[in-house]
Design a protein around this ligand. Structure first.
Ligand code: C2E
Ligand code: MG
Ligand code: MG
Ligand code: MG
Length: 291
């Protein structure tokens, strides 16, 4: 009898968990298929230079349009891909797509060719094999290495500083640039930045958002910008949504920004028409885009 009661309890408890587990398994399965079929796409978000009004580059962001569930955000599928090892083929495909896109838009802007930023997961990064994949993507697409910027995160530097340093050195030898993503959200000390061969730092959008709330956050952003420039690194401010934020950042000496104020991530065709407008003389300004 006790056994029977236990079973019923399990069933009641179990149904929701069972459903969630099924859902997770289905997503995992569908993601594997989407990656294998090349169904993931790549959107591009402008990174702008407000001093010149020019486009610095684009960040490549993975997109998954599920056939029945609709758009599934990277915050859902990237962790699944990381846990299941599918981040390796996913990352490889993104790298190829992004490099091919960047190679195809060379020569469209008189101010110079935009760079392409590609996100690397820690797991994807911590292996020598990945160095060869970066070279393969550059070779296959003909993109000059200096137009590729690889974005890595602080957790990577924390987990295995020695391996991270040596792979970063290998990437610098290839000639690509390195950027530290989501800066300020991890645990690395500001000072440890100088131990790595970085070219730029992306200041996380939580700091930019917090600037709305008052002076304290402003002081923090100013301090970060000061340190970053002291280390001769470029700063890119993420998640700039308002003219007020952009104006404040400019006043603090930051000129490189990315955010909905300027443009949302967009498919490649839309990015190409944006390039056409820029080639005709349009500029990025404190209010978005204009002539
Ligand atoms: P991230 O690398 O920090 O990318 C920036 C995220 O901020 C993107 O979210 C972008 O759409 C969003 N964003 C840009 N401007 C604004 C703004 O003004 N306001 C707000 N609220 N958000 C803004 P998304 O595309 O959802 O990507 C989320 C994260 O998923 C990325 O954060 C990155 O860590 C990861 N991710 C995306 N694609 C890839 C990929 O191909 N490989 C890897 N390993 N990770 C990826
Ligand atoms: Mg990024
Ligand atoms: Mg970021
Ligand atoms: Mg971020």
């Amino acid at each position: 009898k006790a056994k029977r009661a236990g079973k019923d309890k399990l069933r009641v408890f179990g149904s929701r968990m069972h459903e969630q587990a099924l859902h997770a398994m289905r997503l995992e399965n569908d993601l594997r298929q989407a990656i294998d079929n090349g169904d993931l796409s790549c959107h591009y978000q402008p990174i702008v230079n407000l001093e010149s009004g020019a486009l610095e580059g684009f960040e490549a962001l993975a997109r998954w349009q599920h056939p029945t569930l609709g758009n599934i955000p990277p915050s859902t599928f990237i962790p699944i891909a990381e846990d299941t090892g599918r981040i390796i083929p996913l990352g490889r495909a993104m790298l190829h797509k992004a490099c091919a896109f960047a190679a195809s838009i060379r020569g469209t802007l008189p101010q110079g060719d935009p760079v392409i930023h590609v996100n690397l997961s820690p797991r994807q990064f911590l292996s020598r094999q990945r160095l060869r994949e970066v070279e393969a993507a550059l070779d296959a697409t003909g993109l000059p290495p200096e137009l590729l910027v690889l974005e890595i995160t602080e957790s990577l530097l924390m987990e295995n500083p020695r391996v991270a340093k040596s792979i970063m050195a290998g990437l610098k030898e290839i000639g690509v640039r390195l950027s530290l993503d989501d800066f300020g959200t991890g645990y690395s000390s500001l000072g440890s930045l100088q131990d790595y061969p970085l070219d730029s730092v992306k200041i996380d959008r939580s700091f930019i958002r917090a600037m709305n709330d008052g002076r304290d956050a402003e002081h923090i952003v100013r301090a970060i910008l000061k340190l970053v420039s002291h280390l001769r690194l470029e700063a890119i401010c993420e998640g700039v949504e308002t003219t007020m934020q952009a104006a404040n950042l400019m006043a603090f000496g930051a000129t490189r920004m990315q955010g909905f104020l300027f443009a949302k991530p967009m498919p490649s065709e839309k990015a190409r028409s944006l390039l056409e407008r820029l080639a005709l003389g349009e500029r990025f300004t404190l209010t978005g885009m204009g002539s």
